[in-house]
Design a protein around this ligand. Structure first.
Ligand code: 5GP
Ligand code: MG
Length: 223
């Protein structure tokens, strides 16, 4: 009986039905002061720990795997911020899938989103295929909605979206995501792929950038 149900699920095209654990998006409203000593000068608190990331990536992957069928799909990750996230996510997916990257840059050197520029185009064909777009964070919504528009214009058949973080209070464009890791307040965060002026992407956790770091970088630019 169970095997039959699983078979049915695996034959299905991506559907909006997801497991409850993935629909109940954890909301982070408080920072943990337990910042690893090496990074105390960079972040003021921890938003999500490596263990919390691992657990949530596992939940997201389970939901994605059961929503996508056994017809090969394309995972399109947005460079550069989603690289660590997508690397962990795809290793929890059975597929069948193929992986490609689009380069989009919206932030320049600051913490406010600016104009969108494509820095790398897709290599794989998406026409007629099911696509999972993966990004690090949904902020104003401009990046994701632009990328969806582009994938549609390239003929993608079904497009689902997955982001590790969501800052709903920052939305400018009406844009959601199908799979969300964590909801967070309007904090500027770094780590686990997320940068400030290309730095701090390698941190294994996500933390809030200290304002002093931004101020110091601004002074550096003036000089
Ligand atoms: P949106 O187009 O939704 O405003 O922004 C999406 C992009 O802005 C993300 O892919 C990410 O690169 C960047 N971004 C938004 N919020 C943050 C943040 O808190 N920290 C960092 N490092 N990047 C962010
Ligand atoms: Mg990004």
């Amino acid at each position: 009986m169970k095997a039959k149900a699983a078979e049915k699920t695996s034959k299905r095209a991506p559907s909006p039905r997801r497991s409850p654990s993935v629909d109940e998006v954890p909301t982070v409203s408080r920072l943990s002061p337990r910042v690893p000593a090496a990074h105390k000068g960079i972040v003021s608190g921890v938003v999500v720990t490596p263990a919390q990331i691992r657990r949530r990536v596992h939940e997201l992957a389970r939901a994605i795997q059961s929503d996508f069928g056994d017809r090969e799909w394309v995972v399109v990750a947005l460079l550069n911020g989603s690289v660590l996230f997508v690397a962990d996510l795809v290793r929890e997916l059975h597929g069948p899938l193929i992986l490609d990257f689009i380069g989009v840059s919206s932030y320049g050197d600051g913490t406010e989103s600016g104009n969108l520029v494509y820095t790398k185009d897709l290599k794989l064909e998406v026409a007629g295929r099911d696509v999972l777009v993966v990004d690090d964070i949904l902020d104003t919504g401009r990046t994701l909605s632009e990328v969806i528009r582009r994938l549609r214009s390239l003929g993608a058949q079904r497009i689902r979206t997955c982001v590790l973080l969501d800052k709903p209070s920052r939305r400018v464009v009406k844009q959601g995501a199908d799979y969300i890791g964590f909801q967070i307040p309007d904090w500027f965060v770094v780590g686990y792929g997320l940068d400030y002026a290309e730095r701090y992407r390698h941190l294994p956790f996500i933390g809030v950038l200290r304002p002093e770091v931004i101020a110091a970088a601004a002074r550096e630019r003036v000089r």
